[in-house]
Design a protein around this ligand. Structure first.
Ligand SMILES: Cc1cc2nc3c(=O)[nH]c(=O)nc-3n(C[C@H](O)[C@H](O)[C@H](O)COP(=O)(O)O)c2cc1C
Length: 184
């Protein structure tokens, strides 16, 4: 088994998503002791905005497709995702490799793998909140990866990170409990 571990938070050792992602990786290592974990840190090693020259390069998509499980640390930045994570995703969606258009419409080609998203946000965006419509982070990630055919998507989430130290600690603790319960 190959696990790809991707991070995008800029806050290094203070990062909630990095901490949750580590907990998910620890759980996966327990479940799959022989797994190989490959690492991509988009904050310390950014890819840069996608350019015309990048369009012929499938190496990032191939790295993604080589993995059976992908763990992505994805904080909410300005109601969406960090631009370094978007730059990675811009290199994943390649017609003929991760999706294709046929007479039936768009078809994802990247199914058969599991995606675990380590999510954190300062506020609350659940369906029972007034801000729910501003969640262009988790909704975007789900829509994008489902477009590529990845339907096995689990969110491990810490919300209310900006609501004070107690709320932050509890959210992180809850998320680590969720990570420890990852089934496969
Ligand atoms: C540049 C930036 C933009 C942010 N934008 C939002 C936002 O729009 N909504 C929100 O609830 N929290 C926002 N936050 C708070 C983060 O989502 C929160 O602190 C989260 O824990 C960040 O992930 P990290 O701890 O892994 O870095 C933002 C934080 C940063 C640094």
């Amino acid at each position: 088994m190959i696990i790809l571990h991707v991070d995008s938070s800029i806050t290094a050792e203070n990062s909630v998503t990095r901490s949750i992602g580590e907990a998910a990786i620890a759980r996966l290592r327990t479940l799959h002791p022989d797994a190989e974990v490959r690492r991509r840190d988009l904050a310390s090693d950014p890819l840069g905005h996608v350019t015309l020259g990048d369009l012929g390069d499938a190496s990032i998509a191939e790295e993604f497709l080589s993995a059976d499980v992908i763990v992505v640390g994805a904080p909410m930045y300005n109601f969406s995702i960090p631009s370094n994570l978007k730059a990675w995703m811009d290199r994943l969606a390649i017609a003929g490799i991760t999706f294709r258009y046929s007479d039936k419409g768009a078809e994802g080609l990247a199914g058969g793998r599991k995606l675990i998203i380590a999510s954190a946000r300062g506020g609350f965006y659940g369906s029972d909140t007034r801000q729910a419509w501003l969640d262009h982070q988790e909704t975007y990630l789900r829509g994008f990866f489902e477009f590529l055919g990845v339907t096995d998507i689990a969110f491990v989430r810490a919300e209310g990170i900006a609501m004070g130290p107690d709320a932050r600690a509890k959210a992180l603790e809850d998320a680590k409990t969720q990570a420890a319960a990852i089934a496969a």
